[in-house]
Design a binder for this molecule. Structure first.
Ligand SMILES: [Zn+2]
Length: 63
């Protein structure tokens, strides 16, 4: 039930080479191929969730 969510492939380049850098108490998802960065959060789970949300519902698409 508590399986950790995995980030979806990069919405910009489709790469699955993602990492979770941690800096100054924040963590975010970063694509190793195009260097797209997701929103910074205080926990990896939240960072992954925010990345996935943005990947599935990109900003600028008003729907
Ligand atoms: Zn990418």
């Amino acid at each position: 039930m508590s399986a950790r969510k995995k980030p979806v492939p990069c919405p910009d380049c489709g790469s699955k080479k993602l990492r979770l850098p941690i800096c100054m108490g924040g963590v975010w998802v970063e694509c190793l191929d195009c260097h797209k960065s997701g929103p910074m959060h205080s926990s990896p789970e939240r960072a992954v969730a925010a990345w996935n949300r943005e990947a599935i519902h990109p900003k600028g698409k008003a729907e």
